[in-house]
Design a protein around this ligand. Structure first.
Ligand code: AMP
Ligand code: MG
Length: 342
């Protein structure tokens, strides 16, 4: 199959109509969103959704997020509640995914057999316009090969999906660069399943009762089931062995300089640290205090680490609070919990 890339914005009606026709015909289309690129299919078409799993090599027990144009469209696919609308008023459209009981119209192929469905209303103008034109809910996980870092540019999607899908919509670099915040809700409580750019603190302003699922920060214990199946897989991993350095207990610069002498390694350092290190295989993550920029560069740098063909990568252990919790969660899984300095 030939994979075509089209540069688009929300006014590229011809291209969006072509994408809409492909989706309605049961084909897959890669779509830009504000978080990462999604691999879209008609969420009401079982076979189309099964093809997402094939193209990604995604384990069949890992459910898909369903994207809608307006918060009210959730009514057609899920049993909503009051809290959903409070959250929607504040955070939608935007990088928040809410899990609720599913309606029969959503096939079990989308939810990996679960009775719940994950609903998101993207803010990206191209994604929004496409869902409107297609007039169907669109199931879309991240458009990467399973296990690889999520794609934040059309080129990353092409690297993974070339020959597997007919169309990639290129809407430029993603604004946030990390996948959506995933929560499940009751009428008066929130469980955070995957941290993203919408923080625990922001959620607490709408509903004070927010719990964090243990898999967000810790490794699942043997026999423990993940509330969000995606959390049990080693994800976002570069080919090299990634080590996180707890710089409260270990001098990061001293360790990095030593490793630069003795190993074929890359160093993910803060921008302020560039001049302190040998200028070889450095992957600057952004300024120490600029968590937004660090989030945006995260997956780009993990992919670049692969291009460098190094054996090891050393990075700071991120904070596990606020906006940085999303980085912590992705990095701790990318390094398979290899942390130096406790
Ligand atoms: P991705 O779309 O690749 O970013 O992954 C979607 C994430 O949402 C995965 O971690 C899934 O496990 C999670 N997810 C989707 N639907 C559900 C659901 N019904 N219950 C729990 N987690 C879900
Ligand atoms: Mg993913």
């Amino acid at each position: 199959m030939i994979t075509e890339i089209f540069k688009v914005d929300e006014n590229s009606i011809l291209e969006l109509e072509k994408a809409s026709k492909l989706l309605n015909d049961g084909e897959l289309v890669a779509i830009p969103t504000e978080t990462v690129y999604g691999l879209g299919a008609n969420a009401l078409n079982k076979n189309a959704c099964l093809n997402i799993f094939k193209a990604k090599g995604r384990p069949s027990d890992n459910p898909l997020i369903v994207h809608i144009a307006k918060p009210e469209d959730a009514e057609k696919i899920a049993y909503t509640n009051e809290l959903y609308y409070k959250l929607a008023k504040r955070f939608m459209p935007g990088p928040l995914t809410v899990i609720m009981p599913k309606r029969d119209i959503i096939p079990y192929e989308v939810t990996a057999g679960l009775e719940t469905v994950a609903v998101r209303c993207p803010e990206h103008k191209v994604a929004h316009k496409l869902i409107e034109i297609a007039k169907i809910p669109i199931a879309a996980p991240s458009a990467n090969t399973s296990g690889k870092p999520s794609p934040t540019t059309a080129q990353h999607v092409y690297d993974d999906m070339n020959g597997k899908i007919p169309m990639i919509l290129d809407g430029g670099e993603c604004k946030f660069g990390v996948e959506s915040t995933v929560i499940s809700i009751t009428n008066d409580s929130i469980m955070l399943l995957r941290p993203g750019s919408i923080t625990v603190e922001a959620l607490k302003e709408i509903c004070p009762n927010v719990k964090i699922a243990s898999a967000v920060k810790e490794e699942l214990k043997q026999g423990e089931t993940a509330l969000s199946p995606g959390m049990k897989y080693k994800h976002y991993a570069p080919k090299a062995n990634l080590y996180l350095v707890n710089d409260k207990n270990i001098n990061f610069i001293e360790l990095a300089k030593e490793k630069q002498k003795t190993e074929n390694c890359a160093i993910m350092c803060y921008d302020e640290e560039i001049s302190l290190l040998e200028n070889k295989n450095l992957l600057p993550v952004g300024k120490k205090d600029d968590v937004k920029e660090q989030t945006k560069r995260l997956f780009i740098l993990l992919r670049r680490a692969d291009d460098l063909c190094v054996d090891t990568v050393y990075a700071h252990l991120p904070y596990d609070e606020g906006e940085s919790l999303a980085i912590y969660n992705r990095m701790i899984r990318a390094c398979a919990h290899r942390v130096l300095g406790g």
